[in-house]
Design a protein around this ligand. Structure first.
Ligand SMILES: Nc1ncnc2c1ncn2[C@@H]1O[C@H](COP(=O)(O)OP(=O)(O)OP(=O)(O)O)[C@@H](O)[C@H]1O
Ligand SMILES: [Mg+2]
Length: 253
């Protein structure tokens, strides 16, 4: 049994069946990639895993416990963190202030703005926030505001904010979307490092096959809301069903 079990999940938006009958089992300490063409239902599936959407049918369990019906912050507390398709950071706050938020939230169960006022008396929290920034190679940019960061750095900051919650399952929705090749390669290296250094399971949605084949242990191919095939990267490469799903896209699969 996987740390994350998705069984028979379906979701409709009006007349559109965005997810049909999705079954997925993510094994502990692996990187499981979910790939598929635009509109396949990848983000919808992720939203069902983190409490942003409630599926019409099926079950989702993390560590044997149902996540359905729980609020996003409760799912977060269960040990699931998510990097969104568009980075969600606070543009007016500094890099350090951004990462302090999840550090406080993890310890206190909530974040209160006045926590900053007594920050000198919180060496453990400050040390943790600094360590997260060191881990993602952002410590030198600690005083910059969120809005002034490059796309790649925003992603790294978001990653630090997720890691500060000590997740056991990290969900990543297109972590390299819109990045230049150099930033993409840095992100691959960072995710490999996270995988090696932490007891962490990752489910990653990604369009870029270079990223997928660099990181994934297992791959599920989703098309029109239904998993077509699930296998190892070696077996997925050149698989006829995968080629069919990506018909019309330029990428080699
Ligand atoms: N809130 C919504 N209301 C109505 N339709 C939606 C909603 N969210 C998604 N959809 C539709 O559901 C389908 C699946 O969308 P989803 O965003 O999950 O695809 P995706 O695989 O993440 O695509 P992409 O690769 O472009 O990010 C699409 O046809 C989309 O237009
Ligand atoms: Mg998406």
């Amino acid at each position: 049994m996987g740390i994350l079990e998705v069984k028979g999940v379906g979701k409709r938006f009006g007349g559109l069946q965005a997810l049909g009958d999705v079954n997925l089992s993510v094994q502990v300490n692996t990187v499981h990639a979910i790939i598929g063409p635009n509109g396949a239902g990848k983000s919808t599936l992720l939203n069902c895993l983190v409490g942003k959407l409630i599926p019409d049918t099926g079950s989702v369990t993390f560590d044997g416990k149902s996540v359905l019906g729980r609020k996003p912050h409760e799912i977060n507390q269960m040990g699931i963190s998510r990097v969104f398709q568009t980075p969600e950071i606070f543009g007016d706050l500094t890099v350090m202030e951004n990462v302090l938020i999840p550090c406080f939230a993890k310890r206190d169960g909530a974040f209160r703005m006045h926590a900053y006022e007594s920050i000198e008396q919180e060496p453990d929290i400050v040390n943790k926030a600094e360590q997260m920034l060191i881990d993602v190679n952002m410590i030198e940019k600690r005083h910059m505001t969120g809005s002034s960061l490059s796309r790649g750095d925003k992603r790294r900051l978001e990653m630090a904010m997720c890691l500060a919650q000590d997740p056991r399952l990290l969900l990543l929705d297109e972590p390299t979307a819109g990045m230049a090749r150099a930033d993409t390669n840095n992100t691959i290296d960072l995710l490999k490092q996270i995988k090696e250094e932490r007891d962490i399971t990752m489910a990653i949605i990604e369009h870029d096959m270079h990223v997928v084949f660099s990181l994934a242990d297992r791959i599920t191919v989703l098309a029109q809301g239904t998993p077509l095939v699930e296998d190892t990267p070696d077996n997925i490469k050149g698989h006829p069903k995968v080629k069919e799903a990506y018909l019309g896209e330029t990428q080699e699969v």
